[in-house]
Write a protein that binds this ligand. Structure first.
Ligand SMILES: NC(=O)c1ccc[n+]([C@@H]2O[C@H](COP(=O)([O-])OP(=O)(O)OC[C@H]3O[C@@H](n4cnc5c(N)ncnc54)[C@H](O)[C@@H]3O)[C@@H](O)[C@H]2O)c1
Ligand SMILES: [Zn+2]
Length: 418
């Protein structure tokens, strides 16, 4: 008989958070008070505030730094500004170089940021992920205000609670869950976004509508042209998508993904793999559109999704200009490795979300590879039919870009760059 004095207790507990989401027309202009009001005083001490800026956004908006300076001057009584905005490389470059993370932490340390300080980051999803991760680990968490500048980040990731960078050539291998202090989706900041990036974000809106809201899907389907042409419908789609993502995080019961299912990741097992296989020449949103198309067709083959509904999904993605051809799609064997990587990232058994109906997701634990290959071929055939050779994906880009070209660098740029 054991005489060990070992004992123990299990005490479930929860911590409450507040998610602050704002929508503005011009966050550094007429709506500047919305941002200022997010910066709360810390007892009798003025909080410290440091701005971080996506280099491409700064290049496309030459007056942005001045506007930030003006904002800081106007609200000098409310907070202490920690100098010039810090410039960081835009796009995946910032997530692929771990030395940038170290340099960001150094800058935060030198500015004496503490747990009541605010980091305000303006940029695309990649910059938000990387700067967000730095703020999550500095002093075990600074207050992060995200100002996303892409449709994808406004409609999806900016509202989320995930931060991270790539390591060991794997996406988001190093990261942390951290609830942002606030998120401001600003309309004006989207104006300089190139067309290709602008369209991308709506694949996440389609995704969330398919999972949660058939009426929203129907609305996107009928307004796809206006959205793709950057009409006012685009803003409506972003708002609704952001609110659905917020709802999922705050009321879905599993914000930190402790359970086996990751329902918002519909279409993402192949999307993540396609991004990597294309050496990140495919945008996340483009890869998601392809992944959503593949899993929708697979759902119609295997999970009873009516073929007419699957056809509507493809029609919506086409209407948004999102279904594009890429050579990586043809490599189905390599693509299948994405399933195991998806499982590994989450741990436990493979759990992939599919559709029984539009608005009726189902979690499955096995993939029929023969049917999945058929689904992939069906998507490849469709995109080939729809895109003439001249418009197919090429390494030099896809044309149609509005806004200033940006060549993200991984090197310091100017005295306040990283
Ligand atoms: N944390 C999450 O939950 C989550 C979810 C989905 C995706 N992500 C990540 O987000 C990243 C993709 O983010 P994204 O789609 O926002 O693209 P991005 O951040 O890669 O931006 C695309 C390009 O556009 C530039 N840019 C951004 N805003 C601009 C503007 N307004 N004007 C001109 N140029 C601008 C960027 O500098 C970059 O060069 C990926 O790393 C992906 O893994 C994270
Ligand atoms: Zn996504």
């Amino acid at each position: 008989m054991s005489t060990s004095p070992a004992s123990g207790t299990n005490v479930p507990f929860s911590v409450s958070f507040c998610h602050r989401l704002r929508f503005t027309e011009d966050v550094l202009g007429v709506d500047a008070d919305v941002l200022a009001d997010l910066i709360e005083a810390s007892e009798d001490r003025q909080p410290r505030v440091q701005f971080w800026l996506d280099e491409c956004v700064a290049n496309a908006n030459p007056d942005l730094k001045q506007r930030i300076h003006a904002f800081c001057r106007r609200h000098a009584a409310r907070f202490h500004s920690c100098g010039s905005p810090q410039l960081v490389p835009g796009g995946e470059a910032i997530k692929n170089d771990v030395h940038i993370l170290e340099r960001m932490l150094k800058v935060m340390n030198e500015a004496d940021l503490d747990r009541r300080s605010y980091v305000i980051v303006i940029g695309g999803g990649a910059v938000l992920d990387a700067v967000g991760f730095a703020t999550a680990i500095a002093h075990r968490g600074l207050r992060l205000i995200r100002i996303p500048t892409t449709t994808l980040a406004q409609a999806d990731s900016g509202v989320g609670v995930k931060n991270g960078v790539n390591l060991f050539q794997k996406k988001n291998w190093m990261g942390a869950f951290a609830v942002p202090w606030g998120v401001v989706n600003d309309r004006r900041l989207l104006e300089t976004l190139p067309d290709r990036d602008f369209r991308c974000g709506f694949s996440e809106a389609v995704k969330v509508s398919l999972l949660k809201d058939p009426a929203f899907f129907d609305w996107i389907l009928h307004n796809a042209a206006g959205i793709a042409e950057r009409g006012p419908e685009a803003w409506g789609a972003i708002e609704k998508s952001a609110l659905w993502h917020l709802d999922h995080i705050t009321r879905g019961g599993d914000p930190f993904e402790m359970l086996e299912a990751r329902p918002l990741d519909f279409g993402h097992w192949s999307a993540h793999k396609l991004e990597a296989m294309s050496a990140f020449t495919l945008r996340h949103g483009e890869a998601v559109a392809i992944g959503v198309a593949v899993d929708t067709i697979y759902s119609s083959f295997v999970h009873g999704l009516p073929a007419e509904e699957a056809a509507l999904v493809l029609q919506a993605l086409d209407g948004l200009g999102l279904l594009i051809d890429h050579p990586a799609l043809a490599n189905t064997e390599e693509l299948f490795a994405g399933l195991e990587e998806f499982r590994q990232h989450l741990g436990g058994r493979l759990t992939v979300t599919m559709l029984e109906r539009i608005g009726k997701p189902v979690d499955v634990h096995e993939i029929d590879r023969v049917q999945m290959k058929r689904a992939i071929s069906a998507v490849v055939d469709r995109v080939k039919r729809n895109s003439p050779q001249s418009e197919r994906f090429s390494a030099s880009g896809m044309g149609g870009h509005a806004g200033a070209a940006c060549r993200p660098s991984t090197e310091p740029s100017g005295s306040d760059g990283l």
